[in-house]
Design a protein around this ligand. Structure first.
Ligand code: GRF
Length: 200
């Protein structure tokens, strides 16, 4: 059976990438084929290197337009024929052309219980609003910001008003949920059809 190839896009620390590496390192079917970062200093590049995964650094500032940057990204990605592109802290908005090209094969993890708290700084906003619950969402990426069809969510009760502590708790949820969803997509238990998530 041919492998299910995952490309991971990052911009920073890459703790979610690490969770994926740890989960799939001895999996004979699911394979992380490459990690691409738009930030040279992204710690995730080192994590990938340490796991003998191909890495690419593509500096978005080198390009005069989003389209040119994405063309370079696509060229790098297509060399691996990825079955799934996993955004893991990738801090660039992707154009509708890119999203359309990889529709159903592009997922993101967001640190909130979407549709609540789209965008940045979610933990602080959750605390300030006095929310009882907070959590994470994995979704297929479409043309809306943090608004694509939801694959899965996981939540906790908010018991702290310390942003760092809450962030750590949320990271733990992310590190469990993201590999689960990736595995379900690879095993065809979750897919996207006509803009809707299908679960088997
Ligand atoms: C995570 O909180 C994720 O939800 C968000 O960006 C953060 C990335 O963290 N999209 P890391 O680089 O995986 O540690």
């Amino acid at each position: 059976m041919s492998k299910f190839n995952i490309a991971v896009l990052i911009s920073g620390n890459g703790s979610n990438l690490q969770a994926l590496i740890d989960e799939f390192k001895s999996n004979s079917y699911i394979n992380i084929c490459c990690v691409i970062s738009n930030q040279k200093e992204a710690h995730g590049l080192k994590r990938a290197d340490d796991a003998n995964i191909d890495t690419h650094y593509i500096d978005h500032k080198r390009f005069t337009s989003r389209e040119e940057f994405e063309n370079e990204l696509i060229t790098n990605l297509e060399a691996y024929k990825p079955d799934l592109i996993v955004l893991a802290g990738f801090m660039r908005i992707l154009s509708s052309l890119f999203v359309k090209k990889f529709l159903g094969k592009l997922i993101n993890i967001h640190p909130s219980l979407l549709p609540k708290y789209k965008g940045l700084d979610t933990h602080r906003r959750v605390i300030e609003a006095g929310e009882k619950f907070h959590g994470v969402t994995v979704h297929f990426v479409d043309n809306t910001l943090d608004g694509g069809p939801i694959c899965a969510q996981s939540s906790i009760k908010v018991t702290t008003d310390n942003i760092k502590d809450l962030q750590q708790e949320i990271h733990k949820l992310e590190h469990k949920l993201y590999p689960e969803v990736v595995s379900d997509i690879a095993n065809k238990k979750i897919s996207l059809s006509n803009g809707k998530v299908i679960r088997k």
